[in-house]
Design a protein around this ligand. Structure first.
Ligand code: R7I
Ligand code: MG
Ligand code: MG
Length: 336
């Protein structure tokens, strides 16, 4: 039996690994990645890759996905889930352009220091209806962990955290779906009944519909996922329908499909996500968080952890946060 702490650790470190492994090929096409690499280990064998505009990316480094996930975890543990301004301050403080942030998110985080009073308005700085990018879904792992038994608290925390940078309903819905997909794995056992799991996500969409606009796009995506699994279609084939782009409505369902298709193997989940091309770091990070939540930390390959190159965020530091979140979640369960 996988313990709760093992699942929390699997989720946070699995997300970190997916981000690091997808980062060297982010925005590349599936055709290029397949032509150039045979396995994920081939990518990790490189020291660095050339980026657009001639810069270099050091293989083994994490990106914005992990940095923002860390901020969310610390916000939950130290500030509580109600004050969006405190979360935005954490994002802004940690912002380093070299971690390859989305353009609207980068603009918001740079503007925050000068415009702290009007922080709520910053979310529409670049896009008048708010961003529908995947940037608020890619960072909700800690929310899915901490509130795994408390859907109202999970919904609220997803909303508050998303509104800081992504106020479009599609982004809030995507973040809530990803966190709920993690939470359902924390509640479940070592065997996953896919039909029941998808039904539980359908209930999440029903709840979202009661609280805001109808999540049509995600309803369609869940149907595509169910159909694809029933027909045993490879993720690359389902990607033709779901998409692999920067939008939450593409990346969230695509990550879910990679996880469900290869649910017994973390390595296979990451392989599928990375070889799809497109937003590889983010899809692999979200799929890795799901896979790690289901299989627990033992599924995480030591050779992949050993390739990480950053000293400030490591598998060990993420595991420490996971333990704190697990302690907090168990306390609130005892209290309820
Ligand atoms: O969502 P976001 O933080 O980006 C996250 C992505 C991940 O892949 C990370 O790994 C990192 O590389 O970036 O950043 P945003 O700028 O909010 O959204 C991402 C992109 O989605 C934007 O640059 C746009 O291309 C698109 N997008 C929109 N386009 C038109 N109109 C998001 N919202 C809109 C919109 O309202
Ligand atoms: Mg990234
Ligand atoms: Mg990305």
């Amino acid at each position: 039996m996988v313990t709760l702490t093992q699942r929390f650790t699997g989720c946070l470190v699995g997300g970190l690994l997916g981000d690091v492994i997808g980062a060297p090929v982010e925005a590349e096409s599936a055709a290029y990645i397949r032509k150039t690499f045979r396995t994920v280990d081939d990518i990790l064998a490189l020291d660095r890759v050339e980026e657009l505009l001639g810069a270099y990316w050091t293989v083994g480094r994490y990106t914005d996905d992990t940095q923002m996930t860390l901020c969310v975890a610390e916000w939950l543990l130290e500030d509580g889930p109600t004050d969006g301004c405190k979360l935005l301050a954490r994002f802004s403080e940690a912002f380093r352009p070299a971690r390859r942030y989305g353009s609207s998110t980068a603009a918001i985080l740079q503007a925050f220091e000068e415009h702290q009073e009007e922080w709520r308005a910053l979310a529409t700085l670049m896009f008048p209806s708010g961003s529908y990018g995947n940037g608020s879904a890619m960072r909700v792992g800690p929310i899915g962990c901490l509130y795994y038994q408390d859907p109202p608290a999970l919904f609220k925390a997803c909303r508050v955290s998303s509104l800081t940078t992504h106020s479009h309903p599609l982004a809030i819905q995507g973040a809530t779906l990803q966190a709920s997909a993690i939470a359902a794995l924390m509640r479940g056992g070592d065997v996953l009944e896919v039909d029941r799991y998808l039904q539980s996500l359908d209930l999440v969409l029903k709840r979202l519909a009661r609280e805001g606009p109808e999540p049509m796009e995600y309803r369609q995506a869940l149907q595509t996922i169910a159909d694809g699994l029933a027909a045993s279609h490879e993720p690359a084939r389902v990607a033709e329908t779901l998409g692999t782009g920067l939008e939450a409505k593409e990346a969230v369902p695509m990550a879910l499909y990679c996880f469900l298709f290869a649910r017994d193997s973390f390595e296979q989940v990451i392989h599928h996500a990375v070889f799809l091309g497109g937003d590889t770091d983010t899809i692999a990070s979200m799929a890795g968080a799901l896979s790690g939540a289901f299989l627990g930390e033992k599924c995480l390959p030591g050779r992949w952890c050993a390739r990480l190159r950053d000293e400030d965020i490591t598998p060990g530091s993420m595991a420490g946060l996971a333990r704190q979140l697990a302690g907090r979640a168990e306390c609130s369960n005892l209290g309820s």
